[in-house]
Design a protein around this ligand. Structure first.
Ligand code: VG1
Ligand code: CO
Length: 546
């Protein structure tokens, strides 16, 4: 074997988005495309020289090819050693846990999360740093800048020839490679945080039933190990639990629209007490009770209110953080409990510094993401264990827990309206047009009723490193107390998705039972009007309502 340098030329479109570089498989399979990006990472992240790299992903189509390329390039670029998940699998939170537990220099995560997989689907690469979290913006920007200068890459001449199906040691051009069990470190970490006795009591009590939908993604093996083997839930609790390269043709996005198998089970007459799902790479979670959907922003608030009772957190919770579009429900808990509360831009990379500085122990996003300082990623299964802990302690139903929460703190009605499949131009024009008029929006009456009282564009200065991030979404406040946020998705692979986030707070218990759709109807209409959605996009209604 030998190391060779291949001549290349830069691709202009390798700027990482909200969560790594995501492109269609077709784009990734262009000659030199993956190689260029990996070379940009290896050139920028010099900690990998002689250091340990963790490698794996959600097992989607193109993973094996990517692993071969990365192993060959790691060996050719002086990486110390690579630990790769068996079968190339590794959930996103488990990579984070493994980086931390093994003192690795970083990790490469091969996933496009909840995006569809298969030859016609998407693929993605994300670099995580030594704290286990996504590379922060200055690093992703440096990787991007480097990608514009890559005129060649180093790679071994031969294929890596590592048998990923068997745990054990191997070598690529002198670089040690170890195929490891991707579940072990993560499983051990969960046992340290949660009271497994109490969870076993609940799951084995005979009066409690649950179902977990892994959506054909990577969480299946993790959920089976923890829920069925360690905690004694009956076999079959985990459904769609075999990771599939194309997610069996489904979109592994745990929301009421895409998690159809789970929704069907949770809303029929013999529904179990508890239901949950996670996405392709295992970092998202959806929580359900019998005939009851828990809004992710509420889930974050409920967990915040109970975190202190979970063994791994007892007596050491001092702060929480949420992404800006996430509802303010968690802020109310923070206030009542005297926790610091931070509002960050969308994307987990913005929580990293706060977690490292021990300013926050819990973070969450409205997009079905929740996690704590045990890792530096969101963690779907962790959220499930947190909820099971709450249920084990209270022995109440999910619905009763949430309704109790509303009666104490009020209810933040919340909904997200996505306009998917717009052209890039439509999305950008809509946002630019809104931005141009921001200063004059306050006082604008709308045909729908609510009047705009305040409008701005969110920017964030990281309190730990002082780095400022601008242009993170337009915020509108209305005279009926509602808030709306508009931003473009940064995880899509073509065109644009406009996200409109809507919320309003209701303290009156009788009105807390109203339909979310009805409560937010006027403000939804007012936002469409103010943003001229129909005129610019031609759309009258969102394509996805969460
Ligand atoms: C979306 C969500 C964001 C989340 C990101 C990555 O980003 O809104 O909250 O952090 O996906 O999650 P965007 O830019 O499309 O709105 V995952 O599970 O896709 O890694
Ligand atoms: Co994900």
């Amino acid at each position: 074997m030998a190391i060779i340098e291949e001549v290349s030329s830069p691709f202009e479109d390798q700027r990482p988005g909200t969560s790594g570089l995501r492109k269609t498989v077709e784009q990734f399979s262009q000659p030199r495309y993956l190689e260029n990006f990996i070379q940009a990472v290896l050139d920028t992240c010099t900690e990998l020289q002689g250091g340990t790299l963790i490698l794996g992903g959600d097992g989607r189509y193109y993973t094996e090819t990517a692993i071969d390329t990365i192993l060959r390039m790691a060996a050719a670029n002086g990486v110390g050693r690579v630990l790769v998940g068996r079968d190339g699998l590794f959930s996103t939170p488990a990579v984070s846990a493994t980086i931390r537990r093994r003192g690795a220099a970083g990790g490469l995560l091969l996933t496009a999360s909840h995006n569809p997989g298969g030859p016609d689907g998407d693929f993605g690469v994300k670099y995580n740093i030594a704290n286990g979290g996504p590379a922060p913006e200055p690093v992703t920007e440096a990787i991007y800048a480097r990608s514009l200068e890559v005129h060649g890459y180093h790679i071994t001449q031969e294929h890596a020839e590592v048998d990923l199906s068997r745990e054990g040691a191997a070598e690529v051009e002198g670089m040690p490679v170890e195929v490891i069990d991707p579940v072990a470190d993560y499983r051990a970490l969960m046992a340290e945080l949660f009271d497994f006795e109490a969870l076993r009591d609940l799951l084995g009590s005979g009066s409690f039933s649950m179902v977990f939908d892994a959506m054909h993604g990577v969480t299946g093996p993790y959920a089976k190990a923890l829920l069925e083997e360690d905690l004694g839930a009956p076999r079959g609790t985990v459904i769609n639990g075999e990771p599939k390269p194309d997610f069996a043709g489904c979109q592994p996005d745990p929301n009421p629209t895409h998690a159809r198998d789970l929704m069907e089970r949770m809303f029929r007459h013999d529904a179990p007490d508890f239901g949950a799902a996670s996405d392709g790479d295992g970092d998202r979670n959806m929580i359900l009770g019998r005939h009851f959907f828990v809004n992710p922003s509420d889930s974050l608030a409920v967990i915040a209110d109970h975190l202190d009772a979970i063994p791994g957190y007892r007596g050491r919770v001092s702060g929480v953080a949420r992404s800006m579009p996430t509802s303010r429900a968690v802020d109310r808990v923070a206030e009542a409990r005297g926790y610091e509360c931070f509002e960050t831009p969308t994307g987990w990379k913005f929580f990293g510094n706060l977690l490292d500085a021990d300013r926050v122990q819990l973070c969450g996003e409205e997009s079905f993401g929740t996690s704590s300082d045990h890792v530096r990623e969101k963690d779907g299964l962790w959220a499930v264990l947190a909820w099971l802990s709450i249920l084990a302690a209270s022995r109440e139903s999910v619905e009763a827990v949430v309704r109790g929460h509303w009666s104490r703190y009020g209810r933040d009605f919340y909904s997200r309206h996505d306009y998917e499949g717009l052209t890039r131009d439509q999305g950008e024009r809509l946002m630019a047009h809104l931005r141009d008029r921001l200063a004059g929006l306050a006082g604008t009456p709308t045909g729908a009723g609510p009047r705009v009282t305040e409008a701005d564009e969110f920017s964030y200065t990281d309190p730990i490193d002082g780095h400022t991030t601008t242009g993170q979404g337009v915020r509108l406040w209305f005279d009926n107390g509602a808030r709306a946020v508009l931003r473009l998705s940064g995880t899509g692979t073509d065109g644009a998705t406009l996200r409109i986030y809507l919320e309003t707070w209701e303290a009156e218990p009788l009105r807390q039972n109203d339909e979310c759709r009805d409560v937010l109807r006027d403000v939804a209409e007012a936002v469409r009007e103010v943003a001229e959605v129909k005129a610019i996009t031609g759309r009258r209604e969102p394509s996805l309502v969460v």
